[in-house]
Design a binder for this molecule. Structure first.
Ligand code: FAD
Length: 462
């Protein structure tokens, strides 16, 4: 059993006076305005008179904005610690996803308006103008391939298509977006009216691309590679916890330098067949120690199922930590933790952290069958030996049975308040299947808890 004494003690956090998330949004909007200003200041009013020039001008603006937003999308997923702390990886992923549709639309609008505008000005049909542009303008064939790749990535990311494609296939196609960015870049500076003959604009634009490329190289390649050498992580053992649920103990050096705390997750890649293509997010299910980390994984698909077959000694690469499902967000000294399915992993880690801090903790462990109660012996031990892990007090409620068999939702507001009468005075952390999480949050809001009291971790990133 990992000792809490090794974990980094996490005191409650004082609420900041300003929202870091809002600051990031504002910075992105201001920078977007600077990009549009590039066009505004070097475009004479007389040059946009008439349908053709006006359309071309609108095409230029949409092109500039599309390129800018693509860079923002890359920046959001560059794993920059300050962004992750301010916004959270789950929300960054949601912003990235949300921008995707707009970017593809802007690219299509850019092509249509620019070509149509040229056509009107030169009195050519749009289709023949398109052929002329693609075949005779410098660097345009590359931009055309880039555009087709962007559209393909956009279509593959549409919800209806995404559901039908395996994560790995979607991920590999998604990676071609980097190629699309490279291919589309040169036509901007070679033909863009805002750059040809405008060395300052050109420098600014190149600087923007270089800055984003630098962030990606540093945080997605160099630092993870350095961390591999520094921490030398490897699988120590795999422990069966419940049907389809295993814990993986990972040993390594100087793991405290990762800066992880209980409740956070990392992106894990195991050097074994079937595990190399993409990194998967799994939360720590025990407070981190300088030489050991633990994750608890439920088999839901190819990757998570194969985790049970990992051999001791398998090298491990981990990126992170990420996430805000942590003790620093609990400031009331009294906490309710609700864990369902594999969501019990981060709840387990957080319980020990909060007890070590002296909090009064209630855990609700929700499962469909009694055999699914993973880690319950550890909760028993924590409840029985509160003093060993601090001055905190722990009560555990096990809620067993599917809603269909029970005929009601045992996590509905009236049951929550019966089990935890002072629930409205507590910080509440909820982690589990999306349906359960949303239902519990609704119940808590119905009981009068504020949004600031409720903390959730959703197990979906894309
Ligand atoms: C922040 C976070 C923390 C998580 N912590 C845990 C945990 O502690 N224990 C646990 O059992 N599960 C956890 N998960 C869920 C776990 O990551 C997925 O169940 C696992 O990646 C599924 O992969 P698969 O190939 O087995 O299943 P698939 O059938 O391929 O995928 C099932 C679903 O999982 C998601 N998914 C798959 N691969 C990835 C990936 N590489 N990155 C992001 N999402 C992916 C997708 O939504 C997909 O639709 C967590 C997820 C997130 C986002």
């Amino acid at each position: 059993m990992p000792g809490a004494a090794h974990g980094r003690h996490v005191p409650p956090r004082r609420s900041p006076r300003w929202s870091p998330r809002l600051a990031v949004r504002l910075a992105l909007v201001v920078w977007g305005a600077v990009v549009v200003a590039l066009w505004w200041f070097d475009t004479a009013a007389s040059s946009v008179r008439g349908a053709g020039p006006a359309m071309t001008a609108a095409g230029r603006v949409s092109g500039l904005l599309a390129a800018y937003l693509v860079l923002v999308q890359l920046l959001l997923m560059a794993r920059i610690p300050v962004l992750e702390r301010a916004v959270g990886l789950d929300r960054l992923a949601a912003w990235h996803r949300g921008l995707g549709t707009n970017v593809v639309l802007l690219i299509v609008v850019h092509v249509l308006l620019t070509v149509w505008g040229y056509g009107l000005t030169t009195h050519h049909q749009p289709l023949s103008e398109l052929v002329t542009v693609v075949t005779t303008y410098p660097e345009m064939w590359k931009a055309t391939i880039g555009t087709l790749l962007f559209v393909a990535v956009g279509v593959a990311s549409a919800r209806a298509v995404r559901r039908r494609v395996s994560y790995e296939a979607w991920y590999l196609l998604h990676l071609t977006a980097y190629l699309a960015v490279l291919l589309a870049y040169s036509h901007q500076t070679a033909t863009g009216a805002d750059f040809v003959g405008h060395p300052v604009n050109r420098l600014l634009w190149q600087g923007m691309y270089l800055a984003v490329a630098g962030c990606l190289v540093v945080w997605r390649l160099v630092l993870p590679a350095v961390a591999v050498g520094r921490h030398r992580m490897a699988v120590e053992r795999v422990v069966h916890e419940a049907p389809g649920v295993v814990s993986v103990w990972i040993r390594g050096r100087d793991l405290h330098r990762l800066g992880a705390v209980a409740g956070q997750f990392l992106l894990w890649r195991f050097a074994a067949r079937g595990h190399l293509v993409s990194a998967h997010p799994y939360s720590l299910s025990a407070p981190p120690r300088p030489d050991r980390l633990r994750i608890t994984v439920k088999a839901t698909g190819d990757h998570s199922r194969a985790i049970a077959h990992l051999r001791p000694g398998t090298p491990v690469v981990a990126e992170g930590p990420f996430g805000h499902f942590t003790a620093e967000h609990a400031s009331r000294g009294r906490t309710l933790l609700v864990g369902g399915g594999s969501g019990i992993g981060p709840v387990r880690a957080l319980t020990e952290e909060l007890l070590a801090r002296g909090d009064d903790v209630v855990v609700v462990h929700r499962v469909s069958r009694a055999s699914d109660l993973a880690l319950w012996q550890e909760f028993e031990r924590l409840a029985g030996s509160g003093r060993l892990v601090g001055s905190g007090r722990l009560v555990v409620h096990r809620v067993v049975g599917s809603r269909r068999d029970l005929g009601y939702d045992p996590l509905a507001a009236r049951f929550l308040v019966a089990a935890v009468p002072d629930v409205a005075e507590r910080d509440v952390f909820v982690c589990g299947p999306a349906g359960m999480t949303h239902a519990v949050v609704r119940a808590l809001r119905g009981l009068g808890l504020s949004g600031k009291q409720i903390h959730t971790e959703e197990f979906t990133l894309r």
